[in-house]
Design a binder for this molecule. Structure first.
Ligand SMILES: [Fe+2]
Ligand SMILES: [Fe+2]
Length: 376
């Protein structure tokens, strides 16, 4: 599959019409499968820039997949972007390549932001057996030697982590700095296109990228509009997620544990209370039962009080609780409609001595669980 990546065409007074027309002719001759445009279609987000861009870019024979840049978001310009270039967030699947376009702009500011909703949207739509191409306008990492190396996404760290965790064979296509650049960050290949047709260009000439994707390999060429083509290199995709990132991610994530039994009586309540007493601050447990039992033996209440544990009121299990839980422990083989991560085969107590033993036994299991969730 051949992808041509163009950016920062900047229709308006920055626009170099000859460069754009020449590049469009070149691109048509190379017959790519798709042209991806990573934003800054105009300059001020005003209507005639988008109209002019639409008419000029309609001369491209391949389909155009465009997302907006910071200049397009000026003056409420995204409505004109969408009028001519479709949704600012969109997905396209071609063979085993998925292209996800996200809107990294904020209204009337040059800053970039992906945000939790779009990061979740990306995570839901990438596929493990595909090459996942994420198109955005802003930089995930600064582009060196460009004089403005602080200008990255506000949520760059979260975005890098999300891409690394979720984007199997991930490529980021971006623009914004008007400088072509490519680097590998963890397991994501970041590829910037220079400006196709703005006079603000920090390179010998206006340029665009040509990518050939084959299997797990991607070949990247930089094409200057007037000065010819440079082979940048061939990269292999789909490396492993760095183990260190998984560890840090685990340590900074919250973990919700659900203890479930038929009645939500002694065992689940004790596990909940012990867990919430001894677990780290980023973990929280609740307990629930299929058919919660209002009564709790006096023996159990006294034993729990002596152990400094406060038992909660009975809770009925809901689908929402199951969905929200990161980890589920079931106390009963009878709770078979829940797909638990593990089952603790511990019998309900029958007398005061068994109640006391139960506290010790559950505390031991909870300590093991906390360690497992934190360390492994
Ligand atoms: Fe730009
Ligand atoms: Fe920009």
């Amino acid at each position: 599959m051949k992808i041509v990546h163009i950016s920062d065409v900047h229709f308006g007074f920055e626009h170099l019409r000859d460069k754009a027309e020449k590049a469009i002719r070149q691109i048509n001759e190379m017959e790519p499968d798709i042209v991806v445009l990573t934003g800054d279609i105009g300059l001020w987000g005003i209507h005639h820039e988008f109209r002019e861009a639409y008419e000029a870019l309609s001369k491209l024979k391949p389909d155009l997949f465009a997302i907006p840049g910071n200049h397009d978001a000026r003056n409420d310009g995204l409505k004109y972007f969408e009028l001519y270039f479709g949704k600012s967030r969109k997905r396209l699947k071609m063979d085993d390549v998925i292209i996800l376009g996200v809107n990294s702009t904020l209204p009337d500011t040059d800053d970039g932001y992906i945000g939790p909703d779009q990061r979740a949207w990306i995570a839901e739509r990438v596929r493990e057996n595909c090459i996942n191409v994420i198109a955005m306008h802003h930089h995930v990492v600064p582009v060196p030697h460009t004089g403005r190396n602080m200008n990255v996404l506000i949520d760059a760290a979260e975005t890098v982590e999300a891409l690394t965790l979720h984007c199997h064979g991930g490529i980021v296509l971006a623009g914004h700095r008007h400088v072509p650049y490519s680097t590998k960050l963890l397991r994501t290949h970041i590829i910037h296109a220079g400006s196709l047709s703005s006079y603000k260009v920090l390179m010998p000439d206006n340029s665009y990228n040509i990518m050939e994707v084959e299997g797990e390999k991607i070949n990247l060429k930089l094409r200057f509009v007037d000065l010819g083509e440079i082979d940048i290199g061939t990269f292999t995709l789909k490396p492993e997620i760095p183990e260190s990132l998984l560890k840090y991610h685990r340590l900074t994530s919250t973990i919700k544990v659900l203890f479930v039994s038929e009645k939500n009586s002694c065992r689940t309540k004790l596990a909940e209370a012990i867990f919430n007493k001894i677990s780290p601050h980023n973990m929280h447990a609740i307990s629930a039962g299929i058919d919660p039992d209002r009564g709790l033996g006096h023996d159990m209440i006294e034993v729990a009080e002596r152990a400094g544990l406060e038992l909660t009121a009975p809770r009925r299990l809901t689908d929402e609780m199951v969905k929200d839980a990161d980890y589920i422990v079931s106390f009963g083989e009878d709770v078979d409609r829940i797909k638990a991560d593990e089952v603790w085969k511990i019998k309900p107590p029958e007398n005061e001595r068994e109640c006391a033993d139960l506290v010790g036994e559950i505390e031991k299991r909870v300590r093991e669980l906390v360690r497992e969730l934190l360390i492994s």
